[in-house]
Design a protein around this ligand. Structure first.
Ligand SMILES: [Zn+2]
Length: 327
């Protein structure tokens, strides 16, 4: 079940007020096989009337896999002229600089844009988290030439390859995050959480330092109001029941935040809290019928300790703000 061949999804959007042409395009979910674990990080290849577009590049460490996948679909690197990334986290945009250096135009949230052009600060903070695992996990993060980077704002329409992608501001997981609407489907990055193919579980990726519960809940409401027919989270593949998925995500987000808060209030130290949260998630996964391989896939997509650190930070910040009366 983990090695399904990539199949095209022929897509024809319903016509809508602002979308009166019916476009037929091919959409492929490319498996970047991150850390040799299948179906954890996706890159999406959309072949429009005028050529291919890539949404998400994955990290530098999976570039060879991405290029092989593209070749399997008949594309050389130089055929890809337009690359959209939802945000600048390494698993989503790590290879963006490589594409920019090879002449592709990279579209990214305006707050993230400077960090693609000069990734020093981004890499410094990532190194603080990952230490000597940086290289194995993420590979090279090359700087993008400034003229190859297009800074994107909420509501911008990116008109490329005969397709119109609309950027939807979607903070909460990160402050600098866009969901890209295409017709009535959406590439959701991390804003719609994590759901792996055929799995009965959703996960909340909440890495430090930008997780904000209320902000993300508002984003989920915004996505719900769009009435998308299909979501394409980067981790991983099509979600065909957006309303049900997003409602469950919102519930889980609150539940997860409350769980971490309760443990913090009980005085649990960080490492014990990580153990407790791992146990909590494993129990949730097993109750849903998942095996070890499936659990490993989820942990590879989003190490659970990350969410512990991100959500703990959120609560501490709130407490500090409450004490100083700024919130
Ligand atoms: Zn992310």
């Amino acid at each position: 079940m983990f090695f399904l061949p990539a199949k095209p999804e022929i897509y024809s959007p319903r016509s809508r007020d602002n979308y009166d042409t019916i476009t037929i395009m091919n959409l492929y979910t490319l498996d970047l096989n991150f850390q040799n674990v299948p179906q954890t990080i996706a890159s999406y290849l959309i072949v429009g009337p005028d050529g291919p577009v890539l949404v998400e590049t994955g990290p530098g460490s999976t570039l060879t896999n991405l290029l092989a996948e593209l070749q399997r679909h008949g594309f050389k690197p130089e055929d890809v002229r337009h690359v959209l990334v939802t945000h600048i986290h390494l698993d989503h945009a790590g290879a963006a600089g490589w594409w920019a250096q090879h002449g592709a135009q990279v579209y990214v949230h305006h707050v993230g844009a400077p960090h693609l052009i000069n990734p020093d600060r981004l890499l410094q903070s990532a190194t603080r988290i990952y230490g000597d695992k940086m290289d194995t996990l993420w590979g090279d993060f090359l700087p993008s030439p400034a003229e190859r980077v297009t800074a994107v704002y909420d509501g911008d329409v990116i008109d490329v390859a005969g397709l119109q992608f609309t950027a939807i501001e979607s903070p909460g997981h990160a402050r600098h995050h866009h969901v890209y609407r295409l017709g009535d489907i959406a590439f959701t990055g991390d804003a719609a959480g994590i759901h792996l193919p055929d799995m009965p579980m959703i996960d909340v990726p909440a890495p430090p330092p930008e997780f904000e519960l209320e902000v993300w809940e508002a984003t989920v409401d915004r996505l719900l109001a769009e009435n998308f027919t299909t979501l394409y989270p980067t981790h991983f593949g099509a979600v065909n029941n957006p309303a049900e998925h997003l409602t469950a995500l919102k519930g889980l987000m609150g539940e997860t935040a409350v769980y971490i808060k309760t443990q913090l209030d009980a005085g649990l130290e960080r490492d014990d809290l990580v153990d407790a949260y791992n146990h909590w998630n494993r129990t949730r996964a097993r109750q849903a019928g998942m095996n070890d391989m499936a659990i490993h896939q989820y942990e590879t997509s989003n190490p659970w300790y990350m969410s512990v650190d991100g959500i703990s930070r959120y609560w501490r910040k709130r407490e500090k703000n409450a004490q100083s009366g700024s919130r």
